[in-house]
Design a protein around this ligand. Structure first.
Ligand code: ACO
Length: 209
């Protein structure tokens, strides 16, 4: 097993409810498929392109393979694939990937949240919990994220928790069927005073549950 895996994180309270993070599991198939299928228009502009149609990629039968791939990467210490729960219900995912140790101690982080609970602080709280975990038990020094310049909501989330802009990655990622420019943002452990969740609580954006 690797530092920081498996883990349950939170709870933190925000307008949308009580946010917790926990590892993905095979029995998430139905909730994952239902939300990813219903929220296609909300998700597709911002997410990496894939093989086959959206509906077939998000069929309930696609989850077990996807989930076991994520868990196997987690066991090797390469990823932290977590589910975002609000009041105990599956509401999205937050994934830390490409975890590199040694003298880099870095990773990327990405997330999505069900449209039903958007605009209520859920992604901000999940990202704060994820970052505190990366800089604490996982022992990382730097976490980066990439975001399309058009994705204003996600940029607000990243700013809320203290990510800095580092540059523009030209035609970086195949998203929604085209090579898309992305902003590169990052945060290092030394930039966090106390914890990221503390910072949200001090700013009145969250409360300890
Ligand atoms: N323009 C500007 N700001 C906006 C807009 C908009 N159109 N819509 C929302 N916002 C702001 C809100 O005001 C809020 O900022 P504030 O707290 O400073 O007021 C922020 O965006 C949303 O914060 P939360 O409520 O914490 O976020 P939410 O739970 O709604 O989730 C998310 C946001 C993750 C972007 C969600 O909409 C989503 O899943 N979108 C589709 C998938 C996606 O874009 N994922 C992120 C990809 S990039 C990455 O993973 C690094």
């Amino acid at each position: 097993s690797h530092p920081g895996w498996p883990a349950k994180l939170g709870p933190v309270r925000v307008a949308g409810g009580t946010v917790t993070l926990r590892p993905v599991r095979v029995r998430d198939a139905a909730a994952w498929s239902r939300i990813r299928t219903a929220d296609r228009a909300h998700l597709e502009p911002w997410e990496p392109s894939g093989e086959g149609s959206w509906n077939s990629r998000h069929h309930i039968s696609s989850w077990p393979t996807l989930c076991s791939g994520l868990k196997s990467e987690a066991r090797k210490g390469h990823m932290l694939p977590m589910v975002i729960e609000v009041d105990g219900e599956f509401c999205g995912q937050i994934t830390t990937g490409n975890i590199v140790r040694g003298a880099l101690r870095s990773a990327w982080i990405g997330y999505w949240v069900s449209k039903d609970v958007n605009g209520k602080g859920v992604a901000t709280a999940a990202l704060a919990l994820g970052l505190d975990h990366c800089f604490g038990p996982v022992g990382l020094h730097r976490v980066e994220a990439t975001v399309r310049p058009e994705n204003l909501a996600s940029q607000a989330v990243l700013r809320n928790v203290g990510f800095r802009e580092e540059g523009l990655l030209y035609k970086y990622l195949d998203v929604d069927g085209e090579w898309r420019d992305h902003k590169l943002v990052a945060i290092t452990s030394g930039e966090v005073q106390g914890t990221v969740v503390d910072r949200l609580v001090r700013a009145g954006r969250a409360a300890w549950a």
